[in-house]
Design a binder for this molecule. Structure first.
Ligand code: ZN
Ligand code: ZN
Length: 351
């Protein structure tokens, strides 16, 4: 079901009716190959509840407003906002929705902590944390130098503070609906999927529907890097968290997955198997590269990306190194790699 918007240029607001009181609005993400975030509008007895809100940009806001109008409601009528994770393409517009409606915003405590830190962080503190981290990962000085002199605000510095906590395993307070929070850390420490424990509207086999955020997407694998926390020295294992969270979703066996990007799909267990296989073969490939001792930076340079390392832009290299480190953590945890004693920056080798 596509409905036209009221915008002057006559463009159409992409709204899709998934049945059973669930619709989605395609909210654009400016200058991003992902294209859009699917914001789900779930009808409840107290008014519509949104799953995620989209990127904080005037055009994205206009699309969300037009989409809600196409759903027969408005931003002012929104009862609550449930956020799958803190990333700006999911949580960006939450503050504007709350301003327009007085809606509550719910998020898992681990991601709310990231939001709080982001709001309090002084940019200089953040830049020097990043510079130190990259140096420790073996980044060349030419890459790190700009961070040591960087000034000015960080993008997305003022995300809305959530006012409700999503408790894993519990039902959310959605009058007339059964929506249960499933904690799926990995992509972020507090990522949640939301399980709509109701019969599928087209009677598809399986258990209800799952709003999967970025955890399980039909055609791409989410970024798994380190959880960035300047004040926490715990050695986390985000890839290990992610793989365990995937198993949890296969177990649920939902009839349909409603992801935050791309398009809905069925057969969650098959998609989970693909993702597990993908990461297993990646880990195997990396342990092969580690026959010679490498820093995380050197490992990232040698890993397969969607283009040659020389063509990867600055910011994406930081993300790539974080991903290399997440895989190293997993290999170390599995006993398949270890740090070379006395090396600085630390180099890793397969065992
Ligand atoms: Zn994300
Ligand atoms: Zn996303």
């Amino acid at each position: 079901m596509r409905m036209s918007s009221s915008r002057a240029e006559g463009s159409r607001t992409p709204v899709y009716d998934h049945g059973g009181g669930v619709r989605s609005v395609q909210v654009p993400i400016p200058d991003n190959p992902l294209g859009h975030t699917l914001v789900y509008v779930v009808d409840t007895d107290a008014g519509p509840v949104l799953i995620d809100t989209g990127w904080d940009d005037p055009a994205s806001w206009d699309t969300l407003v037009a989409g809600l109008a196409a759903c027969g409601t408005s931003a002012a009528e929104v009862h609550g906002v449930v956020i799958t994770h803190h990333h700006p393409d999911h949580h960006g517009l939450s503050g504007r929705v709350r301003e327009a409606s007085g809606a509550w915003i719910a998020m898992h405590a681990a991601d709310s902590a990231v939001v709080r830190r982001t709001r309090e962080a002084r940019p200089e503190h953040w830049y020097s944390y990043m510079a130190d981290k990259l140096t420790a990962a073996g980044a060349p000085e030419a890459h790190v130098a700009p961070l040591r002199t960087a000034r000015g605000p960080l993008p997305g510095l003022s995300p809305a503070l959530p006012d409700r906590e999503i408790i894993p395993g519990e039902l959310l307070d959605l009058p007339g609906r059964r929506l249960r929070a499933i904690w799926t850390p990995g992509h972020t420490p507090g990522h949640v999927c939301l399980h709509l424990e109701e019969q599928h509207p087209s009677q598809l086999p399986g258990h209800g529907r799952l709003f999967s955020g970025d955890h399980v997407l039909p055609e791409i694998t989410p970024h798994i890097g380190l959880y960035e926390d300047p004040d926490d020295t715990t050695v986390t294992d985000p890839l290990g968290d992610y793989l365990a969270s995937l198993e949890r979703i296969a177990h649920l066996a939902p009839a349909e997955i409603l992801p935050a990007h791309q398009h809905p799909f069925t057969d969650a267990p098959a998609r989970v198997r693909q993702l597990l296989t993908h990461h297993e073969s990646r880990l195997t490939g990396l342990s092969r590269l580690l026959t010679e001792p490498l820093t995380p930076w050197q490992l990232a340079e040698r890993m397969d990306w969607n283009r040659p390392w020389a063509q990867i832009p600055y910011g994406s290299r930081n993300i790539a190194v974080s991903e290399a480190e997440a895989h190293l953590r997993r290999l170390v945890k599995l006993g398949r790699a270890e740090a070379v004693p006395g090396s600085g920056p630390v180099r890793y080798v397969a065992v």
